[in-house]
Design a binder for this molecule. Structure first.
Ligand code: KG4
Ligand code: ZN
Length: 337
């Protein structure tokens, strides 16, 4: 079964072809970072228009590279939500139209399920059940993953997502967007111990997160202080350490609850090298195994959408004649496979 995957939920246009026998045949990503740079963040209307411009040429290029004609596909998967409404609608409209033209089924995929299952594209994929930490620009959640579509939420952020906190702190430090990679880079020159930020909500039981207070702690630390490059690096390092440590503490607590032997970490923030190193250390100590997507598939991409689409289409799930976007969509609402 060969499935075309389309990702347009935010500021990346991602396209891929996944073959259930042969694996990933081709994938490409067009990033809108340069387009939104002047505004310090994603401008939804500009994002939608750019997806319209880039999606069809990217599909052509990926089909070409995969050596597959549109009519030879067995289905199309597009990100139906959660995400920016206008941006999602581009993928939904293009995916559904091509599926009608080529007389193949289409399916709307949940973006966070894409992230969740992205490590399945790697050579040594995790077996079920496992505990998952999903960390992106819009979500921070821990979940008990029993099998495809059987997800129980263990905890989530009550305010900002951790990626959002990286982006906001980067803005405060004048590092631009997207904030995660910029903070990671700046922190390399940071001095340990000059700043110390709280590990929010780790001093009480539970698996929920809160990251807006961490951002406020950075605002307070920067008050009446000259923003020279050393201070930027020192704050970036202390913030990164606080965010990573908070996530690690909650992962350990979640694993104590689920008693799972496998931890999956995915989503944009899972590209962070300190987070990966800290969770590998935790896994070694606890004698469990931790799984990540390759760094290029930690952030948004079409491959994870094609993969999830293949699983769900193979199970007979598909959309009817109507299509749409679901800007808000909880992962626990997904049907089991
Ligand atoms: O999954 P993703 O690409 O898009 C969403 O679904 O939101 O995640 C984007 C988020 C952004 O907040 C970005 O700053 C963060 O992931 N991010 C990182 C890193 N790379 C991306 N955060 C920390 N360290 C990184 N290396
Ligand atoms: Zn994402």
């Amino acid at each position: 079964m060969r499935i075309l995957g389309l990702e347009t939920s935010c500021d990346d246009t991602g396209v891929a072809v996944y073959d259930t026998e042969r694996g990933l045949l081709a994938h490409r990503l067009y990033s809108q970072v340069a387009l939104h740079l002047d505004y310090g963040g994603v401008v939804p209307e500009l994002a939608s228009r750019d997806h319209i411009r880039k999606l069809l040429p990217l599909i052509r290029a990926v089909l070409n590279e995969a050596g597959v004609a549109g009519e030879e596909l067995d289905g199309i998967a597009y990100t139906a939500g959660p995400g920016l409404a206008g941006a999602l609608l581009v993928g939904a409209a293009v995916g559904s139209s091509l599926a009608t033209a080529w007389n193949i089924p289409a399916v709307g995929v949940h973006h966070m399920e894409g992230h969740l299952l992205s490590p399945m594209l790697e050579p040594d994929p995790p077996a079920f059940p496992f505990t998952a930490l999903l960390v992106s620009g819009g979500h921070t959640l821990l979940a008990n993953i029993e099998s495809i579509g059987r997800y129980t939420l263990l905890g989530e952020s009550v305010d900002d997502a951790v990626g959002e906190a990286f982006d906001k702190v980067a803005k405060l430090l004048g590092l631009g967007y997207p904030g995660g990679p910029a903070i990671e880079q700046a922190a390399l020159k940071g001095t340990h111990g000059r700043f110390h930020f709280p590990r929010p909500m780790t001093d009480r039981p539970g698996l929920d997160f809160s990251f807006s207070g961490l951002k406020t702690a950075v605002v307070v630390a920067l008050k009446e202080r000259a923003l020279n490059s050393q201070t930027v690096a020192d704050v970036a390092l202390a913030f990164e350490e606080a965010a990573v440590e908070t996530l690690a503490i909650k992962c350990q607590r979640a694993l104590e609850t689920t008693q799972h032997e496998r931890l999956v970490v995915a989503g944009g923030v899972s590209a962070n090298k300190k987070l990966r190193a800290r969770l590998v250390q935790l896994a070694d100590r606890e004698n469990i195994k931790v799984y990540f997507p390759r760094p290029a598939f930690a952030t948004d991409n079409g491959a994870m959408i094609a993969y999830v689409g293949a699983l769900r289409l193979k199970a007979g799930q598909r959309q009817g004649s109507a299509f749409g976007a679901r800007p808000r969509w909880r992962i626990e609402e997904l049907p089991a496979v």
